[in-house]
Design a binder for this molecule. Structure first.
Ligand code: NA7
Length: 547
């Protein structure tokens, strides 16, 4: 039995195995932590969420940079677990911007009264499994220890901002900002000389918006980016009410898609080789005009066959040279790598922005950044001065926030040691050696290759059903077996190896973080994954030891 989290004033040393502060501690109050809390409470469990920010929303709380926008359509990127919520919330655009998604997260928190069980401005620093008592002891930045039976890491996949180690960074006299830690109060860029390092999704979204606001923008690019127009537009009331009138069917159709999204976007099951040159170009052109990441679904082999991929590459390269007026700039903006193996970006006026007179592009692959100094930065050949330096340099994705917590499981096994050669999980949900601990959208699950909110819901429901099942049978612990983990890791790798995904330096592989082991972390294919999770339960939690 659990005590009310606020009334528990016991020293942990006096606690017995059936006597904990709360049933479940959840780390993070993003979309995963919020639904986990709601679901646990509705099943009668007590839960305490710890969140380092001052509000809910996770990645949408932190990523307030100008232009931040979701690359999944609004009517899909929303919770599906509550029909009233689904009906009452009105989205305004095809792809929601960060302020609207954060407003939605706040609406959900208010609607389900989540705040009372979330402790904000509190970081979980350590978590230790007590084998004798069969409970977890969670140490937080306020120097308290909370005990719980179950421990859920809902820390998000893109929440640990990655800052490159560039000499002299502390000497810069101007403002230095990471896109993933954009100040809540905003940043006035009017009349400022701004520099931005990084042209991933964050850079590509921010650059066109910042260029319109600031006096001068210098973009430091290491790798050019393939990006497809988002074609964002206001969501018409007709489209919104149409989807709302058949939301269950719409959700189910998306649930059966490989990425849990896009059931109404045309997709094709033929090869680039099956059609004429004219048809191929017309197909890509339609996808370009339609906008969105499903450009890659124009043919069935673009992401699996290197030569097939070159047709898509060539199409986008031709677009860049059409849009960008200065041929030298166009050349610098033209990627050479495989399209889609780094996450495909969607944009609004990205390439067009380089036609503005106040935007300069510096290729730091040929002229590397050497150091940051008081007035700006020095590349090997030149000095650039500016007032604001923006790092759009991405995240220590998928594992960064888990590894920041000092987690030790059975026999004192530390997660940092367990994952020294890269993350290993069973189902992306559990880790042998760490009983009663779960990771939502962890490495080895479809997570970032899907509509994240839908993947989150599937994980939250699996975890809470698992906890109920343990209680129904009077069991205390569940722990994944190493054999199950080994075959799961093989499964995740073999899926990735059948595609072009492992062939370039992406954050999916951890290749953007110096020293991080190169492992393709997400699992391809949502419906197959969901079936597998269901089978595990049907086979009485196959691959787990329950005691
Ligand atoms: P990404 O996609 O990891 O992009 C980071 C960018 O920063 C990328 O262009 C990197 O170049 C660049 N980068 C990183 N370190 C450096 C250094 N030291 N010097 C120069 N350039 C550097 O992160 P985002 O935040 O844009 O997007 C992450 C995801 O969030 C995105 O995929 C969406 O799902 C939402 P590189 O390519 O490594 O040469």
């Amino acid at each position: 039995m659990a005590l009310d989290s606020n009334s528990a004033d016991l020293t942990n040393a006096s606690l017995g195995s059936s006597f904990t502060d709360v049933d479940v501690v959840v780390v993070g109050a993003g979309f995963a932590g919020m639904y986990m809390l709601h679901r646990l409470r509705s099943l009668g469990y007590t839960a305490q969420v710890f969140e380092s920010g001052t509000g809910v929303g996770g990645t949408w709380y932190w990523n307030r940079y100008p232009g931040a926008r979701c690359d999944v359509e609004s009517l899909e990127y929303s919770y599906s677990f509550d029909e009233k919520l689904e009906q009452e919330w009105e989205w305004t655009e095809r792809y929601s911007g960060q302020p609207e998604i954060l407003a939605y997260a706040n609406h959900v928190a208010d609607r389900f009264e989540l705040h009372k069980d979330i402790q904000f401005e509190t970081r979980v620093e350590a978590a230790k499994f007590d084998e004798e008592e069969k409970l977890w002891r969670i140490t937080t930045s306020d120097e308290r220890v909370t005990t719980c039976r179950f421990f859920v890491m809902a820390t998000g996949c893109l929440s640990s901002a990655a800052m490159p180690e560039i000499e002299g960074i502390a000497s810069f006299n101007g403002s230095l900002i990471h896109t993933g830690r954009w100040p809540k109060e905003g940043v006035d860029l009017k009349g400022k000389r701004v520099a931005i390092i990084g042209t991933g999704s964050s850079g590509v979204q921010a650059i066109p918006v910042i260029a319109k606001e600031c006096e001068q923008l210098t973009v430091f690019q290491r790798t050019p980016q393939y990006t497809i127009p988002a074609r964002n537009e206001p969501l018409t009331p007709e489209r919104q009410s149409d989807v709302k009138s058949r939301y269950r069917n719409f959700r189910e159709a998306n649930f059966s898609m490989p990425q849990a999204l896009g059931s109404e976007t045309p997709k094709f099951n033929d090869s680039v080789y099956d059609v004429s040159d004219e048809e191929r170009s017309a197909r890509f052109e339609e996808a370009w005009n339609r906008g969105g990441t499903l450009f890659m679904a124009s043919f069935n082999d673009v992401l699996v066959d290197e030569t097939a991929n070159t047709y898509a590459q060539d199409f986008v390269r031709a677009k860049i040279s059409e849009i960008v007026e200065d041929p030298e700039v166009a050349q610098l903006l033209t990627p050479e790598h495989i399209i889609g193996c780094k996450r495909l970006v969607i944009d609004t006026d990205y390439f067009e922005t380089f036609n503005r007179s106040n935007v300069d592009l510096v290729d730091v692959s040929s002229d590397p950044i050497v150091r940051i100094n008081e007035t700006g930065l020095a590349t090997k050949s030149s000095q650039y001065d500016f007032d604001v330096l923006i790092f759009a340099t991405g995240f220590d994705a998928m594992t960064g926030s888990i590894l920041k917590v000092d987690i030790s499981g059975r026999d004192g096994l530390r997660i940092q040691d367990k994952w020294a050669a890269g993350p290993r999980t069973y189902l992306g949900l559990t880790i042998p050696g760490f009983p009663n601990m779960f990771t939502i959208s962890g490495p080895g699950s479809p997570s970032v290759l899907t509509n994240m909110i839908i993947s989150i819901e599937q994980h939250v429901e699996w975890i809470s059903d698992c906890i109920v099942s343990l209680d129904d049978r009077g069991a205390e612990t569940i722990e994944a077996q190493v054999e199950a983990e080994n075959s799961w890791v093989d499964h995740v790798n073999s899926k990735a190896d059948r595609t072009l995904f492992p062939s370039c330096n992406s954050w999916y592989l951890g290749a953007n973080v110096p020293g991080k082991t190169r492992v393709f972390m997400p699992l391809l294919g949502f419906p197959g994954y969901v079936r597998r999770c269901e089978q595990v339960v049907e086979n009485d939690y196959e691959g787990f030891v329950i005691k």
